[in-house]
Design a protein around this ligand. Structure first.
Ligand SMILES: [Fe+2]
Ligand SMILES: [Fe+2]
Length: 274
């Protein structure tokens, strides 16, 4: 999308316009296109060739891009109730759990000054202009969706995320890098589905714009690259650990998606509260 389009309508609506102008035969094709525009085509964030390759190709070959949950979100096959259940699980795992458990727990448990600074930065970002989980919660309320209790899928994901962020430094920073890179793609696909399904409420929230803006996840990924480069230079981390951490985060995110898909499919239809 052009810079002008982004400025005029905000990045979420601009992406939606771009996506609806195209025709796709399958959900996989649409997801691949989206991955291409959000990840492959962005400017190389690092001075290191292997790190750029990891960022652009590290999620490939793991069955993540077109996992069953991504396909169901994209092909419109979920009922509103199933979509609501997915969003609640997503909130508890990627949103509330990440902000209230993973980040503060990591800050407490790490003694590395540099990593502490990095985590503090992410916490600051996650609270600008106000807490992102709060913004998402209000959006859910606007839709009339209940958040309920954290389901098993989300609890498990928060445990795995915690282990990833609190692993040995090279692994941890690779893990954090993948989370930032991947979330740009995942939030894009969720935003597109929501704009189609609930256009008015979705146009009103700033949640997707603040994440899809180039100052959002793309900038977080760039910042994380800077950190990886410094730590490599200082001999504090090794390339193989960064790569392993990156892959682990993609696998954990994929498994969270698959677990949510199972939960959504298994659930008995509950009373229509929306
Ligand atoms: Fe956020
Ligand atoms: Fe981020």
């Amino acid at each position: 999308m052009t810079q002008q389009q982004e400025n005029e309508q905000g990045p979420a609506r601009a992406l939606f316009a771009e996506a609806t102008a195209r025709e796709f035969e399958t959900a996989t094709e649409r997801l691949e296109w989206l991955y291409g525009t959000r990840i492959d085509q962005r400017k190389d964030p690092s001075a290191l060739e292997w790190l750029n390759r990891l960022i652009k190709g590290g999620a490939r070959g793991l069955g993540h891009i077109d996992n069953a949950m991504h396909v169901a979100i994209t092909d419109g096959s979920l009922s509103d109730g199933e979509f609501a259940q997915f969003l609640a699980a997503y909130y508890w795992g990627s949103n509330y759990g990440f902000n209230k458990t993973v980040l503060p727990g990591t800050l407490k448990s790490t003694g590395n000054d540099w990593y502490r600074e990095y985590i503090k930065n992410i916490i600051r970002e996650e609270n600008t202009p106000s807490s992102h989980w709060g913004i998402f919660k209000r959006y859910m309320q606007t839709l009339g969706f209940e958040l309920g209790e954290p389901p098993e899928s989300a609890q498990d994901f928060v445990r795995k995320n915690t282990a990833g962020y609190q692993a040995e430094l090279g692994h941890a920073i690779g893990y954090a890098l993948a989370v930032e890179v991947e979330s740009d793609f995942q939030l894009s696909l969720i935003a597109l589905a929501l704009m189609k399904r609930f256009p008015r409420a979705t146009a009103e929230t700033i949640f997707f714009d603040i994440h899809l803006d180039s100052s959002g996840e793309e900038e977080h990924a760039r910042m994380t690259c800077g950190a990886v480069e410094q730590l490599l230079d200082a001999g504090q981390i090794h390339r193989e650990d960064v790569e392993a951490g990156f892959v682990q985060a993609i696998v954990d995110t994929r498994d969270f998606m698959l677990a949510m898909h199972e939960e959504v499919r298994d659930a008995q239809p509950i009373a229509q509260i929306w």
